[in-house]
Write a new protein. Structure first.
Ligand code: CTP
Length: 416
């Protein structure tokens, strides 16, 4: 069994948070709050223009540290060199079109751009601008230049922009920015653009099978692992279709198409319609194996004469159906949340499931080891049909997602 690499146990890291001069700067106050609450030391470096949107006292109060912005402040400490040299991550949000241009050209005309030149740690730029600016050939070229150099330029979200405009270029939600930053702190090479030109379908959440108008059979899946898979795939360049069952409290991943479903039969229909055009399908959803045979149209009343009013029938197995009609070259990944029992441990159950289902890869989670359901971290094993088994290190669900995509990419045939 191969080991996928250690996670640093100490979560406290040094982050430089650069703020560009855009209205979305106000949303980054929440990013800062979340990063400091996670125990990180965050040095805020706003541009002069950024300070016209949100003032230095706000950044100082939220970070608990003085704010640096001029090249000529604290000169004996050489901040234009030290900040970048000593950071574990430089995160810039919002990154304006102007900042992208200056970074692409290696300018050092303010403290933030000087910091970008001296940083040897991962750099994550989160753009926010109007759609016309994001799609302008000059910006497209600047993004390409930065990505070729290894800078992670995040995919912006689509939606409401300043004023009445709507389109691509919206700053992703703070939780999503923090998730990407946390992922890069765990694994600097987690977001290559190796899914560019690929279409992936991911299922997430847990289906609900109605019993009557007020009750359903459900499960504990929150959808967070499926959303992390979607988020990481979109940031690695994929076109993402996310089929989501009961994930209302999660933010749509930037750049993904989200299709909401409720029951196992809804999920079957949507996944089987999207899958024929996909390069990879990942079934992270917890699909109910059974549903009430005959859901009542009125609320079922308890009755001593009928103490057991439920009769169940088997639901379709979406994964098995997918595998039966999959196009050549498509990579299919299943998930299995297992508990051991008196006869077999979790891994033995996982190996048997991989053989029974016939998918290419199976992620096995041990239920009850603190991961899997309703939490932000996960761990497990990645089993391949060729017998290779990797233990996945404990970490955020986006970290597990990054290892799953590595394995998928390794199996994809070169695109024509
Ligand atoms: N799955 C599916 N359709 C179902 C049940 C499961 O597509 N009706 C998929 C899940 O999304 C997951 C994989 O199959 O990727 C394994 O799910 P799991 O519930 O662990 O497998 P089951 O075959 O239902 O086996 P068990 O008897 O252990 O529940």
């Amino acid at each position: 069994m191969t080991q996928a690499g250690p996670v640093r146990p100490d979560p406290s890291r040094r982050i430089v948070l650069g703020i560009g001069g855009g209205i979305a700067a106000y949303k980054v106050c929440e990013v800062l709050r979340r990063l400091t609450e996670a125990g990180h030391e965050v040095r805020v470096v706003p541009t002069e223009t950024a300070l016209r949107f949100v003032g230095a006292p706000t950044w100082e109060a939220l970070s608990g540290l003085p704010v640096h912005h001029g090249l000529f402040a604290d000169v004996p400490e050489v901040p234009h060199v030290r900040l970048g040299q000593t950071a574990d991550l430089v995160l810039v949000a919002p990154t304006t079109a102007d900042l992208l241009a200056r970074a692409a050209h290696g300018r050092a005309d303010d403290l933030l751009c000087a910091t970008l030149l001296t940083a040897r740690c991962p750099v994550l730029l989160v753009p926010a601008m109007h759609t016309e600016m994001w799609e302008h050939p000059a910006t497209v070229h600047n993004v390409e230049v930065l990505r070729c150099r290894g800078t992670v330029v995040a995919q912006p979200a689509s939606g409401r922009l300043t004023g009445a405009d709507s389109g691509a270029g919206r700053l992703p939600e703070p939780a999503e920015i923090v998730e990407l930053a946390t992922l890069l702190l765990h694994r600097a090479d987690a977001l290559p653009r190796d899914l560019t030109g690929r279409h992936v379908v991911i299922s997430a959440g847990g289906t609900h099978e109605p019993l009557d108008p007020v009750r359903y059979l459900g499960n504990r899946s929150s959808g967070r692992q499926g959303y992390a898979l979607a988020r990481v795939a979109a940031q690695r360049g994929a076109q993402v279709t996310l089929v989501a069952a009961h994930t209302a409290d999660l933010t749509d991943p930037a750049g993904a198409e989200v299709i909401r479903v409720s029951t196992a039969r809804d999920m079957r229909k949507v996944v089987l319609t999207a899958a024929p055009h996909a390069d990879a399908v990942v079934m992270a959803a917890a699909v109910a194996d059974f549903r009430p045979a005959d859901p009542a149209s009125d609320k079922i009343k308890k009755s001593p004469s009928d103490p057991d009013p439920l009769s169940l029938v088997l639901n379709p197995d979406v994964l098995l159906e997918l595998l039966r009609c999959r196009p050549t070259g498509q990579v299919v990944v299943g998930f299995a949340a297992e508990t051991g029992d008196s006869e077999r441990d979790v891994l033995t159950h996982g190996r048997a499931k991989l053989a029974r289902k016939g998918c290419d890869l199976l992620v096995v989670n041990a239920v009850g080891r603190g991961g899997a359901f309703e939490v932000d971290h996960n761990t497990g094993w990645l089993l391949s049909d060729d017998g290779v088994e990797a233990e996945l290190p404990e970490g955020p669900k986006s970290l597990l997602a990054s290892y799953v995509w590595d394995a998928v990419v390794a199996r994809l045939e070169p695109s024509s």
